[in-house]
Write a protein that binds this ligand. Structure first.
Ligand SMILES: [Zn+2]
Length: 270
């Protein structure tokens, strides 16, 4: 599933090809993805110039004067800029035809992604009630400490809550807790300001690094079968149940926490 770094990498890969381009046409090969595609997409977008490609949480926004196309990659979505004559495959659901003869193609085999519309000057319901961006100054140890007081949920569940901070999925939550030395099942409300400072720093370092690494695969977003990948050799705990800690060689422990597989080191994480 594309996580925040993959979505940001997608944004950075697409922006130079889209910003300043005019949308000449919208081709919907089906009426819905996860949700129906609203009529405004096909009605308002043609003739509009794309002024910016933005990301909020794991949503991408194509801004025009008439409004913004709001996209989510879901579980399996991929966005690519392709020649207009590129062959169409089974799960190529949407093409935005650009004025340079190319198309922005949205491919999504599992159809958990979406294409929605945000009128100018409004904030789509999906973008309301979201916490801060993890790489922004608004996200820090003070925020985590303040928001967690009185909370009995585990710190991992709290960190993955989009109202706390956006875009910290299971992989990055597990890795950040390892880096900060915090045991994932501790009650969020019991953790000190100092430890939350370390956790916020860990989230930022890990996400920034992942985005940087994603940047090395930018070309993939223009090729017909490019897929962003995780960097498994760099994972300390995620997906490593049954293996030994890379830092202290203790056997890693695992359990389910808030419905999610969770792995931690009983010695490095207290
Ligand atoms: Zn360890």
């Amino acid at each position: 599933m594309p996580e925040l770094p993959e979505v940001e990498t997608t944004r950075r890969g697409l922006a130079p090809h889209l910003v300043g381009r005019r949308v000449d046409g919208v081709l919907l090969r089906r009426p819905d993805l996860r949700w129906p595609i609203p009529p405004e997409v096909a009605l308002r977008l043609p003739g509009q110039r794309i002024d910016a490609v933005r990301r909020r949480a794991k949503y991408l926004l194509l801004d025009t004067e008439a409004g913004s196309a709001l996209l989510h990659l879901g579980m399996s979505g991929v966005l690519r800029v392709l020649p207009g004559a590129a062959a169409v495959a089974a799960h190529d659901h949407v093409d935005l035809q650009l004025d340079d003869g190319r198309v922005l193609r949205f491919t999504d085999p599992r159809r958990f992604g979406c294409l929605l519309w945000q009128p100018p000057g409004t904030l789509h319901a999906l973008l309301q009630n979201l916490g801060p961006e993890p790489l922004s100054d608004a996200f820090d140890g003070d925020l985590l400490h303040r928001e967690s007081r009185g909370r009995s949920a585990s710190v991992k569940t709290f960190l993955m809550d989009q109202a706390t901070v956006v875009g910290v999925g299971n992989i990055y939550a597990a890795e950040a807790l390892f880096r900060a030395g915090i045991r994932p099942q501790l009650a969020a409300g019991s953790i000190s300001r100092t430890r939350y400072g370390a956790l916020a720093d860990a989230v930022k370092v890990i996400l920034a690094h992942a985005i940087e690494r994603g940047g090395t695969t930018l070309r993939d977003f223009l090729s017909p079968d490019g897929q962003p990948g995780y960097f498994e050799q760099e994972l300390f705990v995620y997906g490593r149940e049954g293996e030994r800690c890379r830092s202290c060689a203790s056997p890693l422990k695992h359990a389910r926490l808030g419905q999610r597989a969770t792995v931690w080191c009983p010695r490095c994480q207290r």
